[in-house]
Write a protein of this length. Structure first.
Length: 346
């Protein structure tokens, strides 16, 4: 009971920090609300105050607040996906962007953007609407299966093989995406640039509802797996002796991780290193106890991406710095630190 209370304390503390950052993020922006605070304007939107101007409502609700919610949802899912993969592979370097999931998802999304017009009309209407998202999920899932197949032998995953496979998938994805950029039209080129650099500028409430649905489904399956991932740290045979269905756990993490990464890439492009930074920091505090790390990564992943996005739209205001640049700038040094710490075991 003491351990559970401790987890609740950290979750509530992280939640309060996230709420405070949401309030701060609401105030960041170049738009002038005519002397009113953004929080007061948001309150008028929620209470459907008819005195509120359409432009104020659009900026605070459809632009600023929807973007904040998207940052929370995507940051949370990227962090949890990285944490789950690290628990599955028993290595802190196993994240979606480093082992090729993000690259695979981006490549398939790029194919859907450039070539989708040639076959979109032959697809069912529901598939037409979500073609890019479905393509990103398929790309992430295929990359995950390929990495797992190549790097795993006899139930053991070779981390060097896993990283090298990820490098190969990323290189292939980059080359094909580069070719697609070469043959793309101006409007398609802008979309592809969005995917490669990552941005939350295209946030809408429809996209947030899809992200929320994916998050709820994924967390319903993954969040109870903390103790199972702790058992996996002992080895697959020991985990089986403890009553863990190892193969079922692997399949669930592979599919759910691909679903989360694919959906995030479909709506925000390639935002890297979130799944590396958050678990690394939490591991410094809680070691490799996934009972704590898994749920806390959901909160602090949202915190990290919300902070990064707030900086991205304020550093060079009124322009916007692609958020993928900031997360890569933060994640690069941490990646090097992990390599230095584990260089003897790699």
């Amino acid at each position: 009971m003491k351990t559970q209370n401790k987890l609740y304390f950290y979750l509530i503390s992280g939640g309060l920090l996230l709420v405070a950052l949401v309030v701060i993020a609401l105030y960041v922006g170049v738009y002038d609300f005519g002397g009113h605070s953004p929080f007061a304007v948001l309150y008028k939107v929620i209470t459907q105050d008819k005195s509120l101007s359409l432009s104020d409502k659009y900026i605070i609700w459809d632009v600023r607040f929807s973007r904040i919610i998207m940052a929370i949802l995507i940051g949370s899912m990227l962090a949890v996906s990285g944490t789950a993969l690290q628990g599955l592979f028993k290595n802190p370097l196993a994240t979606g962007d480093l082992i090729g999931l993000t690259s695979g998802a981006t490549l398939m999304a790029a194919i859907a953007i450039i070539l989708g017009s040639s076959f979109r009309a032959y697809l069912p209407e529901a598939v037409q609407f979500s073609l890019v998202g479905l393509s990103a999920f398929v790309g992430a899932l295929f990359s995950m299966l390929l990495v797992y197949k190549i790097s795993t032998s006899g139930g053991k995953t070779n981390i060097v093989m896993m990283l090298l496979t990820g490098v190969a998938i990323t290189a292939i994805g980059f080359s094909i995406t580069g070719f697609l950029i070469y043959i793309s039209k101006d409007d398609q080129l802008r979309d592809l640039t969005f995917w490669n650099l990552g941005s939350l500028a295209a946030a809408t409430w429809t996209k947030n509802l899809v992200l929320l649905a994916v998050l709820l489904i994924s967390y319903f399956i993954l969040m109870p797996k903390g103790k199972a991932l702790n058992a996996m740290m002992l080895g697959e045979k020991d985990a089986q002796h403890l009553g863990i269905n190892v193969e079922k756990l692997k399949k669930q993490i592979v599919v759910i991780t691909a679903l989360m990464v694919g959906t995030c890439v479909a709506f925000s492009g390639a935002i890297g290193f979130v799944g590396l930074i958050v678990p690394y920091i939490l591991r410094l505090l809680f070691r490799s106890n996934y009972y704590f790390i898994l749920p806390l990564s959901a909160i602090f992943g949202a915190v990290l991406l919300l902070v990064a996005d707030t900086f991205s739209r304020s550093i060079v205001a009124p322009s916007e710095l692609p958020i993928g640049i900031l997360t890569a700038l933060m994640g690069g040094p941490i990646f090097i630190a992990i390599l230095m710490k584990h260089k003897k075991s790699l």
